[in-house]
Ligand binder design. Sequence first.
Ligand SMILES: [Zn+2]
Length: 91
Amino acid sequence: MSVRFCPRDGALLIPQRRGDVILLRCPRCGYEVKSTEGLREGYRQKSGVSEDKRRGVIIAKEERVEIDQEQREELRRQLLENLQETDREGE
Ligand SMILES: [Zn+2]
């Protein structure tokens, strides 16, 4: 969202929602300017965040699958080693 300043005194304009429009209001002199740009920017930022979250969940799932497969391989290897040891002990 672009930062706007009051043309009268140069104060930072504070965005305020009024119905469907965003008004940029000067806290010093009360100057107001309509900003439709602010609404669009907000929606774009929101959708971007949710996309990143979705991507993050997918990556997390893939990582967990890899770990599970590794753990299963490790368990199988240990099981085989234990079986071999038991056989040796039996002899
Ligand atoms: Zn002002």
